[in-house]
Design a protein around this ligand. Structure first.
Ligand SMILES: *Cc1c(COP(=O)(O)O)cnc(C)c1O
Length: 467
């Protein structure tokens, strides 16, 4: 950026919001703004959270969870599908199933349930959480649970136990060895098809190991309780074309499968809807849901079958934007010849707290929390483990951050960190995880205290006694 442009931005406070790509619904930043003092804020209706204030009060590293963003997103998504079903005269029903593996924290699950989410679980331990909810009479008995993933005996026993208690729990056949036991299951079941389509995702592998092949699925002998055909193309699908290619192909199998299994009535298209992490042009749920319903209606009418119920398991799309991770810059190091002029060393870790930075080279929207209207510098961010991979360079490019000031600590926010990072997090160099704050109804409170040396030591067997 040239100097005059920078100066102009500095003068006009209003432009900083645009400069940092805030206030834009398509990028999920519509709740974010810049205060007149140059601080990053989040608005929940008329309540405003000042993120610098939270960082100072609770210390860093810090995760701030905004349940109202989760609720807002799910309400919108369900609204889009229901509206387009009505508009196009679609006779099937819409079901949202939240894939628990994306974020199992209670503070994420409860707002989703309050907006009418059903669930999808991928392990016996996730299902155990559902059992706890059930025992606490926390949910409507109409809620449905899909059970994916390979089924250990422990997992299947729990499925059967909960089914016997009256829960609407639908195991999805994942491998050949599950067919026999599940065909005798006293409730609805589903089957996962390993679709033979290439989707444009980061996980675009040639060989998938999930579900049954198309041929094996079509060879299944008649099962009266087979209600759901499921597939999942992968996460963070890059183009809407890939989403539609998947549906078109899956639909052709669904039509065939229904001939053998007359009670099949639901197409579950899995997860994968992307998040515009990089704040560039991206497809939107409003647009895709409209095209999807239109397409499914036309395909069903042409094939002469009843419109399938549609289930989606878009996890990352719903929850990623509801959490922000905040760090403090604790050191600056000059970089001799590179795209960035300096390292800003933060008081947390990308490898530990935001693991996808390291494993899948996730790009994040990293922006200042304070001094958002100050002079800028090109930087790379470094975590404080002693690992040379603990860094964020925006893919070797650079990040813009304020020049450090003598008078004030500099805080940095990473947006959209609500999906996957938490259960993948770790303790490299035994750093503490970020403290977790819930921001709700205008108030913030600590929901997980900062780990101490003692509590982390215990995880590694240092119990303070000699045994
Ligand atoms: C991981 C997963 C999801 C969620 O994927 P997102 O990319 O977060 O939408 C949904 N369904 C299944 C079967 C999954 O494995």
């Amino acid at each position: 950026m040239d100097k005059t442009k920078k100066k102009k931005l500095k003068k006009n406070g209003h432009n900083w919001r645009k400069f940092w790509k805030l206030g834009v619904e398509e990028w999920n930043t519509q709740f974010f703004n810049v205060s007149k003092d140059g601080d990053l804020t989040v608005s929940e209706g008329h309540n405003i959270y000042n993120l610098k204030g939270l960082a100072k009060k609770y210390g860093t590293p810090l995760q701030v969870i905004f349940p109202f963003i989760i609720e807002d997103r799910l309400k919108d998504l369900i609204g889009y599908f229901q509206a387009y079903m009505k508009i196009y005269g679609y006779k099937g029903k819409f079901f949202y199933h939240y894939p628990m593996k994306v974020n199992q924290n209670k503070e994420f699950i409860m707002p989703l349930l309050s907006e009418g989410a059903n669930l999808e679980v991928s392990s016996a331990n996730e299902l155990w959480i559902v059992k706890k909810l059930w025992e606490g009479e926390k949910f409507n008995t109409k809620m449905r649970i899909f059970c994916n993933g390979p089924k250990t005996d422990q997992y299947l026993d729990l499925v059967e136990e909960l089914r016997a208690k009256g829960m609407n729990i639908v195991p999805i056949i994942e491998g050949e060895e599950e067919i026999e036991r599940l065909s005798k299951y006293k409730g609805d079941i589903g089957v996962r098809v390993d679709l033979d389509v290439k989707a444009d995702t980061h996980w675009d592998k040639k060989f998938d190991r999930f579900g049954l092949s198309e041929k094996s699925v079509l060879d299944l002998s008649k099962m009266k309780n087979l209600k759901v055909m499921h597939y999942h193309l992968g996460s963070q699908i890059k183009t809407q074309k890939s989403i539609f290619d998947g549906i078109k192909h899956a639909f052709s199998i669904y039509v065939e499968l229904q001939k053998t299994h007359p009670n099949l009535d639901t197409l579950n298209i899995g997860g994968g809807f992307g998040v515009p992490y990089e704040k560039k042009k991206f497809y939107t749920a409003k647009n895709v849901s409209s095209k999807m319903i239109k397409m499914l209606k036309n395909l069903s009418d042409k094939a002469g079958i009843r419109h399938p119920n549609l289930a989606v398991e878009w996890g990352q799309y719903i929850v990623a934007p509801s959490q922000v991770t905040i760090y403090k810059v604790i050191s600056k190091k000059y970089i001799p010849k590179a795209n960035a002029k300096a390292w800003y060393v933060i008081d947390g870790s990308f490898i530990n707290d935001l693991k996808d930075t390291w494993t899948i080279h996730q790009k994040w929207h990293a922006i200042p929390v304070n001094n958002m209207d100050a002079k800028l510098k090109t930087v790379w961010l470094a975590g404080s483990t002693c690992d040379s991979d603990d860094k964020y360079t925006a893919g070797g490019n650079y990040i813009l951050m304020p020049k450090l000031s003598e008078d004030e600590d500099q805080y940095i926010a990473v947006l959209d960190t609500g999906a996957y990072q938490d259960s993948l997090s770790s303790h490299h160099c035994l750093l503490s995880e970020p403290v977790k704050i819930l921001a709700q109804d205008g108030e913030a409170k600590v929901i997980r205290k900062r780990e101490t040396a003692e509590s982390i030591g215990k995880l590694f067997g240092w119990n303070g006694d000699s045994k």
